[in-house]
Design a protein around this ligand. Structure first.
Ligand code: FES
Ligand SMILES: [Fe+2]
Length: 448
């Protein structure tokens, strides 16, 4: 896609790295107290005009998580990815090559397929029957003579970029955008220890939420809210010594679990930390009912004991975590991939959260991909369970349910005419980074 009025040339990726490998050591990081307050215009979350600009200049040009390798593992598997008005078909061709096409018939535009499935041998338009092979070449045009001089080779499917990182399949409608490897910056290297290719997607869930897509994404881009919104989680997380990094399109936060937040002045007993871990993520140990804290061996901490329980639980399904130490199991590595994806990773868990625009600026589609680590990278792929649910039925687990419950209220507040700006802390620097990238893609200034 070349620069036009609607698609202005953007600053090359190499020039927009805001912080190269910055490691702050704490959630706030070094703060310059004389620095100007960071403010963001609230209409970015509420106005149709801004949503239209995003539609034209953002969603057409960024890499987005479309589905998982599990969805398109075998030749003939396909998955239709939709974002706003756009649709991309991801398909594994007969030679095993992953392809992506804009979901549009070259005759009169009909969508070629919907949903996901397997066993596809060709892409045949259901309207008049134009048919392409999975490599995108036009093979059949019923009544071809009626078109006069129609050269089949001039009407391939409209390609989109597609590539994978571990178990994730990303697409980009812009054929001239830098490749996924460049887009993801330091993230693949930073996760190498985790062997994420061993994870298999078990389910994807999509639900509609009453909030702008950025409201959803912001909630997964800062830990500032933990002390208030997640009181139970605060009892088993160090949300203070939680270093954040920013690259260009990507950012990261790390949080160690299994110990009380330093914000809790008098500290907590091991039993209290243990209890809160069970409430918020006990399923990782296979424990969901309250029980006495196990004895802590000399020289170990409660964090070590929880890590060991996680190892024992995962071993029951044949996965060996003995190569991962306590830190690898208990430290959450949370990545932000601009514009709309968060990846949450520990040695035993992987999930990805995405937010996509809804029909209005005040609505979005929230998607979650859940994974399980297989015994090895060669483990077979099976089709994940794909669910679409009403928001009220969206059960994301104890903590994410708390995150989801505030979304509508945030959006309602942002609609109030007196509220014109949002104010952001350095603890929310990954939210700030989203806005800086948004400005680059939309070709707007920080106050627009
Ligand atoms: S619109 Fe597809 S064949 Fe006519
Ligand atoms: Fe949260």
């Amino acid at each position: 896609m070349t620069a036009t009025q609607d698609h202005p040339a953007i600053t090359p990726i190499s020039d927009v790295r805001l912080h190269e490998g910055v490691d702050d050591g704490t959630a706030t990081g070094p703060v310059d107290s004389s620095a100007e307050l960071v403010k963001v215009p609230v209409h970015r979350y509420t106005s149709q005009e801004f949503a239209d600009l995003e539609q034209r200049r953002l969603w057409t040009r960024t890499w987005q998580l479309a589905c998982c390798v599990d969805h398109v593992a075998a030749p003939g598997d396909f998955f239709e990815y939709r974002v706003g008005p756009y649709a991309v078909v991801v398909v594994r061709d007969a030679d095993g090559v992953l392809r992506a096409y804009q979901n549009a018939c070259r005759h009169r535009g009909n969508s070629l397929c919907t949903g996901a499935g397997s066993g596809l041998t060709e892409l045949r338009c259901g309207y008049h029957g134009w048919t392409w092979d999975l490599a995108g070449q036009l093979r059949k045009v019923p009544g071809r003579k009626g078109f006069g001089q129609l050269k089949m080779s001039e009407f391939p499917l409209l390609a989109a970029q597609v590539d994978t990182w571990g178990p994730f399949v990303f697409v980009n409608l812009d054929l001239e955008a830098p490749g996924l490897g460049e887009y993801l910056e330091a993230v693949p290297g930073d996760t190498e220890w985790a062997r994420i290719e061993e994870f298999r997607c078990t389910a994807s869930v999509v639900g509609d939420v009453a909030a702008n897509w950025k409201t959803v994404a912001d909630g997964f881009s800062e830990t500032y809210h933990i002390q208030t919104l997640h009181p139970e989680l605060l009892c088993n997380i160090d949300d203070v010594n939680a270093p954040q990094r920013l690259w260009g399109h990507t950012g990261k936060s790390e949080q160690l679990y299994g110990l009380a937040s330093p914000r809790i002045k008098d500290g907590l007993t091991d039993q209290e930390v243990w209890d809160s871990f069970i409430v918020t993520q006990g399923q990782r140990m296979g424990i969901t009912e309250a029980c006495p804290v196990p004895e802590i061996p000399a020289g170990e901490t409660l964090t070590d004991v929880i890590a060991d329980r996680v190892r024992q639980h995962v071993a029951k399904s044949g996965t060996d975590l003995s190569g991962f130490d306590t830190d690898r199991i208990m430290r959450l590595h949370q990545y932000q991939l601009f514009p709309n994806c968060s990846v949450l990773l520990t040695a035993d868990t992987l999930s990805a959260l995405v937010a996509r625009p809804g029909a209005t600026p005040g609505t979005a589609e929230m998607g979650i991909f859940a994974f399980r680590r297989a015994a090895s990278g060669d483990a077979p792929y099976t089709r994940p369970m794909d669910l679409r649910v009403a928001f009220e039925e969206l059960d994301l687990g104890y903590v994410l349910n708390q995150d989801a419950a505030v979304l509508a209220g945030i959006q309602r507040g942002m609609n109030q005419p007196g509220l014109t700006e949002l104010v952001l802390s350095q603890e929310e620097k990954r939210v700030i980074n989203t806005h800086r990238n948004l400005e680059l893609y939309l070709g707007i200034g920080p106050r627009d």
